[in-house]
Design a binder for this molecule. Structure first.
Ligand code: IYR
Length: 231
């Protein structure tokens, strides 16, 4: 190989499987993810901190624009901080649900989830992780370094985070209390970081229930291009 590089490159030889093994692995992974549900009823049973760190380690492998990894994961296990987050989230959510900030159309879309302004699970869970997106970073001299595709990058990392938690038998919820600027203050994050998603993390409560939702069939999700016209 005689490619000329201006930066260091190293060989990459991802594992290959025979086709039957590819399909078996893909099936097992899709089935594993199909058993994941967003949870709002949590147990207060302790969860090893190592599991949280492993999920962040998995998220930190996500592809990102220009490999800038524009994310921070703030880990909260302290009861007083969890209480402050719950209180501040509920202040916002009361304005959403009781103060009419949610449009009727939005309320209607949410109705099957039976959510309300009570976010008690934020004090029940052993861990809260708040993911922050770094709009830019600060170079040692104080100049701003622009980040690219921040939303896409952080969204992918959070997807991998959720997947890693589920693999370990843990449950979470993508909670985006709206607006969530209060998280910058409580988590003491600088101005270049914007709260992205708040994750309560724990075991699902033994009596947890989830809405009986169905996933779209693949026939509604997969589209052939060019379009296939059937006789
Ligand atoms: N942030 C609110 C409302 C909410 C909005 C959507 I879109 C959801 O999928 C679920 C809830 C809340 O957390 O209750």
């Amino acid at each position: 190989m005689d490619r000329q590089h201006t930066h260091p490159f190293v060989p990459y030889r991802p594992v290959r499987y025979d086709e039957a093994e590819m399909v078996a692995r893909g099936r097992a992974f899709a089935d594993l993810l199909d058993r994941r549900r967003s949870v709002r009823f949590f147990s207060d049973e302790p969860v090893p901190r190592e599991c949280v760190d492993l999920a962040i380690e998995a998220a930190n492998t996500a592809p990102s624009g220009a490999h800038q990894q524009p994310w921070k994961f703030v880990v909260i296990g302290d009861a007083e901080t969890k209480r402050r987050i719950r209180e501040a989230a509920e202040v916002e959510e009361r304005q959403n649900y009781e103060g009419g900030r949610l449009t009727p159309e939005w309320r209607e879309a949410l109705a099957p989830l039976e959510t309300d302004s009570d976010k008690g699970y934020l004090e029940v869970v052993p861990w809260i992780v708040v993911c922050f997106a770094e709009k830019y970073s600060l170079l040692p001299g104080g100049e701003r370094r622009k980040h690219y595709y921040v939303n896409e990058s952080v969204g992918i990392a959070c997807g991998m985070f959720i997947t890693a938690l589920h693999t370990m038998g843990l449950s979470t919820l993508t909670h985006t209390p709206n607006p969530m600027a209060f998280l910058s203050e409580i988590c003491e994050r600088p101005a270049n970081e914007r709260p992205y998603i708040l994750f309560p993390i724990g075991y699902a409560a033994p009596d947890a229930e989830v809405p009986d939702l169905r996933r779209k069939p693949l026939s509604e999700v997969i589209v052939e291009s060019p379009a296939v016209t059937r006789a």
